[in-house]
Every structure is written in C-alpha cells, then in structure tokens.
Design a protein around this ligand. Structure first.
Ligand SMILES: [Zn+2]
Length: 89
C-alpha cells in the first residue's frame, strides 16, 4: 500500500528555460520551439569528455551540446593534424 504517490512537481518540469540540477530527471511535458514542439522530454545533465563544459537541459539540446563539442574538438584535432598533412596554407 502506497500512501505517498509522487506529486507532479517531483516528476514534471514546466520550466521552458533556466534548468538546474534540481530539474534533472524530470519530464518536460511540452516545449514549443521555432523548430518544433517537443513532448515528454527528460531534463538531463551531461558533460563534454574533451573539456570541462557541462550542460543541463532537455535531451534534445543535450544532444546538440555533445554533438557541437564533438565537432569542435574534432576540428581542433584536424587543425593540429593538418599542419603535418599540408592541409593548412
Ligand atoms: Zn568540449
């Protein structure tokens, strides 16, 4: 028998911006952006494995954060490699 069912504030995050560690693990029921409407998206906390950057926010944006860092660090690496490959002027 369970008397304490989780309240919405424990599982639902209605913030549309400014997410904090306290929101991690909650679900954003609806988030409307110019790119589309995201529904039932979890708030996650991720960090870049190449540098110390961290991100707290919707899963979709976390993916963009990780992908963006991956691209940047790959580019940085290519710049370093490029010198021996003759790819730079
Ligand atoms: Zn990074």
């Amino acid at each position: 028998m369970r008397m304490n069912t989780a309240t919405d504030s424990d599982t639902i995050c209605t913030k549309q911006e400014g997410w904090t560690l306290e929101d991690v693990g909650k679900i954003i029921p609806v988030r409307v952006t110019p790119n589309g409407s995201y529904r039932n998206e979890p708030v996650v906390h991720v960090h870049c494995q190449m540098c110390t950057a961290e991100f707290i926010g919707p899963a979709r944006e976390a993916g963009g954060f990780l992908g963006g860092h991956e691209c940047l660090h790959a580019w940085e690496l290519a710049q370093m490699m490029g010198r021996s490959d003759g790819l730079v002027e």
